[in-house]
Each structure stands twice: as structure tokens, then as C-alpha cells.
Design a protein around this ligand. Structure first.
Ligand code: NAD
Length: 258
């Protein structure tokens, strides 16, 4: 996979899966625009790559911020070939019968409206260029339910819906739009979820969950980035409107007895 001469844009690019995607793109020759609300981590990551990266602070739930990060990318690099529409939050772990309305709105705001706004502002650029590839970060929570995460599960199902719609709209131009469905990946997000479930022994939650996975471990952010890079590359030239799991076997084998 060679991204020489290509421009990638990654939201939620300052940490976790997004940061791994940024590193993967730069290592394969791309110039990258990193977008995140976390200014400290975003600026520090961009600084590692000199002229090959810019950082733009933005809140993906605000249309004006999204328009500004798209324009900043075009001003710096002149095109957007690959878009990893990735920023997301987990919300709280609580049953539907007790879930707070404000937290539901916050999760839907980042995970659904943020992904929509990314598509809304990047697709016109790709349509003008008549080329481009988008990868939206969904989750295995976009395919199956998880008791105690109503907003997150609903939001990630919505990401898969947005992916299918956009793929149908821009496919005739050769622009591809896919979704990825990570399982548990070792980032701040899953550590926070484990702390919510068991504030005193979060590591026990993680160990228990990992033991039930066919591969017996959480994934690494780089392993998700590898799938993003593949889907953005010409190797995936006939793939659009699809969703791919990268989950250590979780959805294939949800319950283990051996
Ligand atoms: P993370 O918390 O390490 O990274 C998320 C990034 O998004 C952070 O840098 C954060 O600052 C940024 N962000 C959050 N809200 C934002 C906003 N409103 N505007 C701009 N930036 C914002 O977590 P991660 O695990 O790397 O998550 C990345 C994506 O992967 C998310 O969409 C998440 O739902 C998804 N995902 C993660 C896992 C996992 O196990 N870690 C599994 C499935 C899906």
C-alpha cells in the first residue's frame, strides 16, 4: 500500500485508533490532516511529521468546525483522497431504563451527527475531484447489541446506515465509502468503559472479556489502522458500502466453551 502523493484526513486523529491511522498513512507516503478536539495530543502528533502533517482543532458536532477543517486541509494540501471519519465517544454504561437524556444526545451528537457532517463536507470535495475513499468508524456495536450501552449501540448502527447511503450516492464516480467494526481495542475508550463497570478492578473486566475472545486478547490500534489503510487503498477498488469486523473473532464466536 503506497500513499505517496495522496492526502488523508483523520478525525479523532490525536489518540487511539485515529492516531494509529495517521502514523500508518504517513509511513506509507501520505500527507495527513489530523483533526481532534484534543489540541495538546493533536499538535504533538503533527509535530512528529514536519511538513507531512497539519493539526486542526475541531469539534466534529459543529458544522462550522467541520467546514473549517475541510478548508484547512485543502489550503494545506490541495485535495482529500482518503477520509477516516473516526471521532467517537462511548457515553455511559447504564441500562436503557436509567440512561440520561443528555448523555444520549451527546453520544448521538459525536458518533452520528459528527460522522454525517464529515460526509456532508468531505463528499463535495471528493465529488469535485471525482476520486476518494472514505472509511467510517462504526463498531461491532453497530452489528450486535450490548446491554448497558443504548446510545453507543444505536449510534454505531446509524454509522453503518450512513455508510450504505453515501456509498450508493457517490459510487458512480468511483468514490468508495466503507465502515469498519472494531471489537475491543486497547485504547483510552475501552479502559474508561472497564472503569465504569468496575471502578476498583477495571483490569478484571478487561481480562474477563479478553478471555472470551477467540484470539484471547484485545486488539491493537495499529491492527485497526491496517484495515483502514487497506480500504483506502487501490487494493480495495471493488469494495464499497461494506462493513468489516476487526474484532479478534468476537462476533463470529460470541460465547466460548473451550
Ligand atoms: P480514543 O478515545 O482513544 O480516541 C477518540 C478520539 O476522538 C480522541 O482523540 C477524542 O479527543 C476525539 N474526539 C471525541 N469527541 C470529539 C469531538 N466531538 N470532536 C473532535 N474529536 C473528538 O478512542 P478510540 O478507541 O481510538 O476510538 C476511535 C473510534 O473507534 C471511535 O469512533 C470509537 O467509537 C471506535 N471504536 C473503538 C473501539 C475500541 O475498543 N477502542 C471499538 C469499536 C469502535
Amino acid at each position: 500500500m503506497d500513499f505517496s502523493g495522496k492526502v488523508a484526513l483523520v478525525t479523532g486523529g490525536a489518540n487511539g485508533i485515529g492516531a494509529a491511522t495517521v502514523r500508518g498513512f504517513v509511513a506509507r507516503g501520505a500527507r495527513v490532516a489530523i483533526v481532534d478536539r484534543d489540541a495538546e495530543a493533536g499538535a504533538a502528533l503533527a509535530a512528529e511529521f514536519g511538513q507531512a502533517a497539519i493539526f486542526r482543532q475541531a469539534d466534529v458536532t459543529r458544522g462550522a468546525d467541520v467546514a473549517a477543517y475541510v478548508q484547512a486541509t485543502l489550503d494545506a494540501f490541495g485535495a482529500i483522497d482518503c477520509f477516516h471519519n473516526n471521532a467517537g465517544i462511548e457515553g455511559k454504561v447504564a441500562p436503557t431504563a436509567e440512561y440520561e437524556e443528555a448523555i444520549f444526545d451527546a453520544v448521538m451528537g459525536v458518533n452520528v451527527k459528527g460522522v454525517f457532517l464529515g460526509l456532508r463536507h468531505v463528499l463535495p470535495v471528493m465529488i469535485r475531484q471525482e476520486r476518494g475513499a472514505v472509511v467510517n468508524t462504526a463498531s461491532i456495536a453497530g452489528l450486535v447489541g450490548t446491554a448497558g450501552m443504548p446510545a453507543y449501540v444505536a449510534s454505531k448502527h446509524a454509522v453503518i446506515g450512513l455508510t450504505k447511503v453515501a456509498a450508493g450516492e457517490v459510487g458512480r464516480l468511483g468514490i468508495r465509502v466503507n465502515a469498519i467494526c472494531p471489537g475491543p481495542i486497547d485504547t483510552r475508550m475501552v479502559r474508561d468503559i472497564a472503569k465504569q463497570v468496575s471502578p476498583n478492578r477495571p483490569e478484571a473486566v478487561e481480562e474477563g472479556y479478553a478471555a472470551g475472545l477467540p484470539l484471547r486478547r484485545y486488539g491493537r490500534a495499529e491492527e485497526v489502522a491496517n484495515l483502514v489503510l487497506f480500504l483506502c487503498s487501490d487494493l480495495a477498488s471493488n469494495i464499497t458500502g461494506a462493513q468489516y469486523v476487526v474484532d479478534g473473532g468476537r462476533t463470529a464466536v460470541p460465547v466460548g466453551i473451550s
